[in-house]
Design a protein around this ligand. Structure first.
Ligand code: PLP
Length: 358
């Protein structure tokens, strides 16, 4: 089935922001997509309307019990002026896995793609082209039934909003810079059987106390340890984590506690292709600290849609700094960033079949 949603254009188009100072989530485009779900009727009334505040009944269940989910992806402008997405099928599949966990009804992948494609077409003049920039796409669904019952809602809204963004942690020149990360030894993010693998707001709300602590230590983000023993490294606030010890790159396995990142999967595939030893296995923070001390900790980096690849130069754990090699951007992280960002933006030929042109 092909969809063509009605469009109500804004009568007040906004001024475009300076592409060199976009930040992340600071500016939003002129339009958004909205669709409703009612029990018995399914998803209906998809439409593109001006991006503006929405009204919500104060007793809506999402405001109390947080039944919601979201996704995050980017559209890039290629050197020849085309617009492309990076592995959007994986976002669509993850969206429905999250929906299953959050008891939110499935969204047809065709609706997902049609909504994104048509919205980007309407706001195509918002796609930035400066190095390091992209158009961030934020699809989200929330239950807005008016009810205090702790039960899945009978009414939902699916919304897609767009914002031109710069690089998440980039240095001022748009290049990579190594960050300092706080290893959280008190709070936990997710346990097996919980919602760690799902992209739901509650995972992030529960992490904010740790992020606030991290900021006081001048750290950019939090590295979570496992919920049971506070021993194994899991993931970073908004990204997956990779550790290179000797010639082995190690990342946490998918056991239900971490988000199965699309960038994570792409990193694993690229490293395998390049013949780099990559293991999805449990790794203790003690092994990481020991490797930092004995000089075998070659690189640590994070992977995610927002930052693509973000090198880590220092881990702050239990009141002590543990430097990663020379504390600068490592060659593996740099090569991964250049390759992934090159494929995403079309400046490198995509021989992995990852990009989809709109
Ligand atoms: C908790 C968490 N882990 C990992 C990731 C990386 O996932 P992806 O590469 O799909 O953006 C994200 C970002 O979405 C995240 O929020």
């Amino acid at each position: 089935m092909s969809y063509n949603f009605p469009v109500t254009r804004t009568t007040h188009p906004k001024e475009k922001p300076d592409q060199k100072a976009l930040g992340f989530g600071r500016y939003f485009t002129d339009h958004m997509f909205m669709m409703d779900y009612d029990e018995g009727q399914g998803w209906h009334d998809g439409r593109i309307i001006p991006h503006e505040p929405i009204t919500i009944e104060p007793a809506s269940c999402v405001l109390h019990y947080a039944q919601m989910m979201f996704e995050g992806m980017k559209a890039y402008k290629t050197p020849d002026g085309k617009v492309q997405l990076f592995r959007p099928d994986m976002n669509a599949a993850r969206l429905n896995r999250t929906n299953d966990r959050m008891c939110i009804p499935h969204l047809d992948q065709e609706i997902f793609f049609a909504a994104i494609r048509q919205l980007i077409e309407v706001d195509s003049d918002w796609i930035p082209s400066e190095p390091g920039t992209a158009l961030y796409i934020r699809p989200f669904i929330f239950g807005d039934e008016v009810s205090f019952s702790v039960l899945p809602a009978k009414h939902y809204r699916f919304i897609v909003i767009l914002c031109p963004v710069g690089s998440y942690y980039a240095a001022n020149d748009g290049g990579l810079s190594a960050t300092r990360i706080y290893v959280e030894d008190e709070y936990i993010r997710a346990a097996v059987g919980g919602t760690g693998f799902a992209k739901c707001g509650g995972n992030y709300a529960g992490g904010m106390a740790a992020s606030a602590k991290a900021m006081t230590k001048d750290c950019k983000d939090v590295l979570w340890l496992d919920a049971v023993e506070h021993k194994y490294v899991e993931e970073i606030g908004t990204s997956n984590a990779f550790f290179m010890i000797g010639d082995e790159v190690i990342t946490a396995p998918l056991m239900g506690t971490i988000l199965p990142g699309i960038t994570r999967d792409s990193v694993i595939q690229l490293l395998k292709k390049w013949g780099v030893k990559i293991s999805e296995r449990r790794l203790t923070i003690d092994e990481v600290v020991e490797a930092s001390k004995n000089g075998t900790l070659k690189e640590v980096f994070a992977s995610g849609t927002a930052a693509v690849i973000s090198p880590i130069g220092c881990l702050y754990y239990m009141g002590e700094d543990h430097q990663v090699a020379d504390g600068k951007v490592g060659p593996v992280a740099q090569k991964l960033y250049d390759t992934l960002y090159g494929i995403q933006t079309g400046s490198i030929k995509d021989d992995m079949g990852w990009t989809v042109q709109l």
